[in-house]
Design a protein around this ligand. Structure first.
Ligand code: PGA
Length: 249
């Protein structure tokens, strides 16, 4: 039985005030969800998040990390530093990082490895552009992105990775993949994993991301191979994010 994972990716949004609001809202009596719940705030809010979320069910994720432990990398943050702030998960391969910061499959692998080496669980983001979908390339692109990381990890490392399928054309556009479209890709990721590790394929948590919101979450999360969500815009609104967490059961 896979425990659902609902992760809020704030990107370069939010404020110290919003962190407080989430801490208070999730500390209220009456909130319950069977999901594991994460917020990925921008780096400067990590310490405030650690304080505000302690005593709630929210765990802390980061949005990226540098593959090195330390060194002359102005502006960058290492996994070791994130670990000191109680970070449990980190996003790697988000399409905004791939597109705007030219992070290719190899850099995504390096980041996943760096996270695992300090005990942080990577959420590997994969997904096709609209052009790739229209060209019938969806499965090839997604499985290449998955394989480039997963096939090279040790079995013990693979077990600590979750995969987020986020079609690029659905991110921040208000255009969600249909439950059938999302399920089809998730099923192919699981089948791919099963080829070399059946047990892992059964345990692997697959999240859908791309304009998931309080209205469409239930239907997406009801799909057999969708075990959670990676939520951008709707994770900045306390009530919407709570509703999505509750849709997970
Ligand atoms: P969105 O973003 O929910 O705003 O589409 C999802 C993501 O980029 O992780």
């Amino acid at each position: 039985m896979r425990k659902p994972l609902i992760a809020g990716n704030w990107k370069m949004n939010g404020s110290a005030e919003l962190i407080e609001a989430f801490g208070q809202a999730f500390a209220e009596d009456g909130f319950s969800s069977s999901a594991e719940i994460l917020i990925h705030p921008p780096f400067p809010y990590l310490e405030a998040a650690r304080r505000a979320f302690s005593g709630t069910c929210i765990e802390i994720g980061a949005q990226t990390l540098n593959p090195l432990h330390s060194g002359a990398r102005t502006g960058e943050v290492s996994g070791q530093m994130l670990r000191e702030f109680g970070v449990e998960y980190v996003l790697v391969g988000h399409s905004e990082r791939r597109q705007l910061y030219q992070e290719g499959d190899e850099q995504v692998y390096d980041r996943a490895l760096a996270a695992l080496s300090v005990g942080i669980k990577p959420i590997l983001c994969v997904g096709e552009t609209l052009e790739e979908r229209d060209g019938g390339q969806t499965e090839a692109v997604v499985l290449r992105q998955v394989g480039h990381v997963m096939a090279r990890l040790e079995p013990e490392q693979r077990r600590r990775v979750a995969i987020a399928y986020e079609p690029v054309w659905a991110i921040g556009t208000g255009r969600t993949a249909t439950p059938d479209q999302a399920q089809a890709v998730m099923a192919s990721i699981r089948r791919y994993q099963a080829q070399f590790d059946r047990e892992l394929a059964d345990e692997l948590r697959l999240l859908y991301g791309g304009s998931m919101n309080a209205s469409n979450a239930s239907e997406l999360l009801a799909q057999e191979d969708i075990d959670g969500g990676l939520i951008g815009g709707a994770s900045l609104k306390v009530d919407d994010f709570k509703a999505i967490c509750q849709s997970a059961g």
